[in-house]
Design a binder for this molecule. Structure first.
Ligand code: SME
Length: 155
């Protein structure tokens, strides 16, 4: 596995502490992206925020990425359409995958759901094939849940 369950448990505590008491959405998402990047070492970690009929790049760590993704487009758009996480062990095998970097080999996208509405996505890319294990998937989804819990208190 990339990181174990205990590492993600600690990460969740740290993330919750970081964003509790701070109401600025950009600052909080930026800090969460930095924390997850530091702890896991994944190649690209960032947020896409739902704005109307597309999603727009938010705070991230890693190389330059595409700015806007339409509903149903790429892995993120599919996750939006289906309102669920997507674990893609080989991005080259995913029809319609949007390649922001040729280094990306596998990807995990999970929605941030507030009152059953998708407000954003947490997107993680790896430069290795099949690089997301059970603990990673659960740990990253757990982080998205923590963000969702705070979301409506942010401006
Ligand atoms: N690969 C994504 C696009 C975003 S980048 O990975 C940062 C997709 O297919 O939706």
């Amino acid at each position: 596995m990339k990181q174990d369950k205990e590492t993600y448990r600690q990460l969740h505590l740290q993330a919750d502490a970081l964003i509790t008491g701070e109401s600025d959405r950009t600052a909080n998402l930026a800090n969460v992206a930095a924390l997850l990047h530091d702890v896991t070492g994944y190649f690209w970690i960032g947020f896409y925020l739902v704005k109307g009929d597309e999603m727009v790049l938010g705070p991230f760590q890693g190389p330059v990425a595409c700015t806007r993704i339409g509903f149903g487009k790429g892995v993120c758009g599919a996750a939006w359409r289906d309102k669920c996480s997507y674990d893609v062990p080989d991005v080259h095998a995913f029809p319609g995958h949007i390649a922001c970097s040729s280094l990306s080999q596998s990807e995990f996208v999970t929605p941030i759901l507030v009152c059953d509405q998708v407000v954003a996505f947490l997107d993680v890319d790896s430069e290795r094939l099949s690089d997301f294990y059970k603990a990673d998937l659960e740990g990253i989804e757990g982080l998205a849940d923590i963000i969702a819990k705070h979301w409506t208190t942010w401006t």
